[in-house]
Write a protein that binds this ligand. Structure first.
Ligand code: 5RP
Length: 232
């Protein structure tokens, strides 16, 4: 997504923020733009407290003087604002391209509302992955063998020629979904394996998604919500 589109989405997302909110702060380049805009909003007197989903987000929030709380300090989160990797027409979502899926999912589950920011490239008819799966390193051969038996291709995520390690100290397997008919069921099966911490299939779906088409922001509501979509 172009930087300009991310900024447009970030400025639209800030309209969902109210004084006094506890905000879940996602991870990734789209969310980074949002946190930049949030930083300006705070500088101009806006009052929020954030709960970060990654060390990277903690660092950015600290730099912008956005007050942070740990998960232990909150009983709820009003709204999480985050990016996504894929979304289908039923609002089923894949996340974790940035490797923060576990913390993002926990914070999303504690949030009253979920708002995702997504450019047009993130919308797909069928979730086709890859599906990130966060695992304990010791269980890697076991999980890989399970996937091989299912004839599913899997790649260990790397960074700078070394295995990518999450903030929680785990590895990520990126799983090809081309052979997978039912992603929801498959993700559940994976989650049940010993050594799998979490998958990038987000069972809790967003309330709203903001997207941008030719410079115009469109707000899409979850199919179960009645207020419909529309330009904002
Ligand atoms: C990080 C994520 C990101 O939100 C997702 O990968 C989208 O990233 P970007 O905004 O850079 O396209 O899930 O774990």
């Amino acid at each position: 997504m172009y930087e300009q589109e991310k900024t447009i989405l970030a400025k639209a997302a800030i309209k969902h923020v109210r004084n006094g909110m506890i905000l879940g702060l996602g991870t990734g380049s789209t969310t980074r733009s949002f946190i930049d805009v949030l930083g300006k909003w705070v500088e101009e007197g806006g009052q929020v407290q954030g709960v970060a989903t990654s060390d990277e987000t903690v660092e950015q929030a600290n730099r912008l003087n956005i007050p942070l709380l740990s998960l232990e300090e909150v009983t709820h989160i009003d709204l999480i604002v985050d990016g996504i990797d894929q979304i289908d027409p039923h609002f089923r979502v894949l996340k974790g391209g940035g490797g923060a899926l576990f913390r993002e999912k926990v914070v999303a589950l504690m949030s009253r509302k979920i708002l995702y920011l997504a450019d047009a490239s993130k919308f797909v008819h069928h979730l086709n992955g890859p599906l990130p799966v966060e695992i304990d390193a010791f269980a890697r051969p076991y999980v890989e063998r399970f996937l091989q038996d299912k004839h599913v291709d899997v790649t260990l995520r790397e960074q700078g020629g070394k295995p990518f390690v999450t903030d929680g100290g785990h590895l990520i397997l990126d799983v090809d979904l081309k052979q997978v008919q039912d992603v929801q069921h498959f993700a559940k099966e994976l989650k049940s394996l010993t050594g799998v911490l979490e998958t990038g299939y987000f069972e809790r779906q967003p309330d709203h998604v903001l997207t941008v088409e030719q410079g115009q922001v469109r707000q899409l509501a979850h199919p179960d919500l009645r207020d419909g979509g529309g330009l904002v």
